[in-house]
Design a protein around this ligand. Structure first.
Ligand SMILES: NC(=O)c1ccc[n+]([C@@H]2O[C@H](COP(=O)([O-])OP(=O)(O)OC[C@H]3O[C@@H](n4cnc5c(N)ncnc54)[C@H](OP(=O)(O)O)[C@@H]3O)[C@@H](O)[C@H]2O)c1
Length: 283
């Protein structure tokens, strides 16, 4: 039986022996050769960069999108141009039925997934202050970040668990350390992602690893087009960041790939913050 600090769950599989992790055999720089991956929110922003980077290292990629259909098609075509398998998949992750249907279709038509990157997120970018909070914004943020991430982990993760193999990376945020006076529901939702990460890391152990990457401010469209993203605010953040810079999405992609690959074979339930030392959590 797996001896975990929290004990065992009724009805779960019993594992009586020590587990010998079996790293995949891959050529250098090709950590995802023949890995089937799905990235949510991959039609634009950070998700599209993660998808391309995975494909460059050999992955076949399901480019999942909700509204960014054209962007998703472009990314998928680019991946196919590299000689990998790729399809687009339309899914509103807040709808459990859509997640179920998409997952069934992928298993039937694309093949079992080895890797899931939950990148989709709702940052409430139009809300500039806690004073502007609305019930609609709260519901939408929690629905995408918490419910949507849960549905994806649940549907895809349970199939990985049955196959005794798989890796899940959730994208949270350094807001789990700093809080967000602008959008408290965003901070709460990313705390929710941490709760999901730890819970499923335990639930799916020892077969499926689940970790979270927490970027700080990144120079993405979602940030730079915000009304409150003034030169003064940008400078304040740089001044309060130990590394004196705002992260470029390309700086954070390698962290996601690290957590997605066998390089992090001894990590599960881990929360890794990459924000240039802005929040610098203590031990
Ligand atoms: N940018 C930053 O500074 C920063 C910092 C820390 C953490 N993050 C996190 O990093 C991730 C990506 O950030 P980003 O800057 O690329 O964000 P973004 O440009 O706002 O993109 C959000 C993504 O989420 C997807 N999405 C939203 N609602 C969805 C739904 N109901 N179903 C499926 N997908 C949905 C969107 O897909 P469609 O366009 O297809 O609708 C889009 O691809 C997010 O989780 C965000 O919270 C970002």
């Amino acid at each position: 039986m797996v001896n975990l600090s929290w004990g065992t769950l009724a009805g779960e599989q019993k594992v009586d022996t020590e587990i010998e992790a079996k790293p995949r055999k891959h050529a250098q720089g090709m950590r995802f050769e023949s890995v089937n991956a799905l990235v949510t929110g991959a039609g634009r922003g950070f998700g599209s960069l993660i998808s391309i980077a995975l494909a460059k290292e050999g992955a076949n990629v399901v480019v999942a999108y909700n509204k960014s259909k054209e962007g998703a098609q472009k990314i998928s075509d680019e991946i196919k141009g590299m000689g990998r398998k790729s399809i687009t998949a339309k899914v509103d992750i807040t709808k459990w039925d859509e997640v179920k249907t998409m997952t069934e279709e992928i298993w039937k038509n694309f093949g079992p997934l080895d890797l899931l990157v939950n990148n989709s997120g709702e940052v409430s970018s139009k809300q500039m202050s806690w004073r502007e909070i609305t019930e609609e914004a709260i519901d939408q943020t929690l629905a995408v970040d918490v419910k949507g991430t849960l549905f994806m982990i649940h549907e895809i993760g349970k199939r990985m668990f049955e196959r005794k193999s798989g890796t899940i990376v959730n994208i949270a945020s350094n807001v789990i350390v700093t809080g967000s006076p602008r959008a408290p529901q965003y901070a709460a939702s990313k705390y929710g992602v941490i709760g999901l990460t730890k819970s499923y890391a335990l639930a799916f152990a020892p077969w499926v690893r689940v970790n979270a990457a927490c970027p700080g401010y990144m120079d993405t469209e979602a940030t730079t087009t915000r009304k409150d993203w003034t030169p003064q605010r940008r400078k304040w953040i740089v001044d309060h960041t130990a590394l004196k810079r705002i992260g470029k999405p390309d700086d954070i992609v390698p962290l996601v790939l690290f957590l997605a690959s066998d390089d992090s074979i001894q990590m599960t339930g881990n929360i890794v913050i990459a924000d240039g030392g802005f929040s610098m959590p203590g031990a």
